[in-house]
Design a protein around this ligand. Sequence first.
Ligand code: GTP
Length: 249
Amino acid sequence: MLSRNSSRDDRAELVTLSHFFIFYFYFYFALPMAAARAPGETLHKVVFIGESGTGKTCIIRQYVHAIFQAADKATIGVDFALKVIPPATPGGGSTTLQIWDVAGQERYGQMTQVYYRGAVGAVCVVDATRPETFEAAVHWKSDLDSRVFLPGTTTNIPCILMINKIDLAQCHMSKEEVAAYCQRFNFVASFETSAKTNVGISEGIDTLLKHMERNSPNKSDDSKPKPEGGADKRVDISKPKPPGGGCPC
Ligand code: GTP
């Protein structure tokens, strides 16, 4: 309880507390209300992970607003965007993606559970010009896989790899090496992308959506991934490379 003559420490505590309540209200009440859907419409939460500066914010802006805006400052904390995907068939329901963008300066392993809670898909972004971001991505992915599961199962959520900034450099790994990397670290697919020239982004998200829809509770049990054995490690590397820069994994 604060006394009438609050000390500087008390005021600092009050500011911290008020920030906490604003944060709490925003993520638990305002955000879900903003994203409330009509019957028949579906809402999916997708989280972006990966090192700082790999292009997560630019990819999201390109996907949601169709612009490339060179980010002048790093994301602080968490940002989010909504993307409404129209129904595939007349009379069908639309799909809304609630896309969460974490600051890459947040360290993997120190992510708050609020960021991951309820996510049903993930995008891990690496930078084609910085091979070290592939190593960091392994840690981000393992943090994700140790903490996020499809509801009521021990199955990890599908995660695609985006190898971004291919307008600047080619990936240092061959297609076979990328496929092996995806298989080893349980990425359901990988895509070479450029937020600047808008390459590979919608193809990547479409593929992620297909994997997410397979896990949807409305699907038959046969098409759902099996919970036994932890992560769903099924990867078909025999498929040809899809148009738009995807890897065959
Ligand atoms: P954090 O917020 O720190 O996590 O970074 P981020 O991963 O969100 O990266 P951001 O989107 O802020 O981009 C970092 C820098 O890379 C910016 O200067 C962007 O303009 C640039 N950038 C992002 N994507 C691309 C791309 O596809 N091509 C090129 N050439 N530059 C890009």
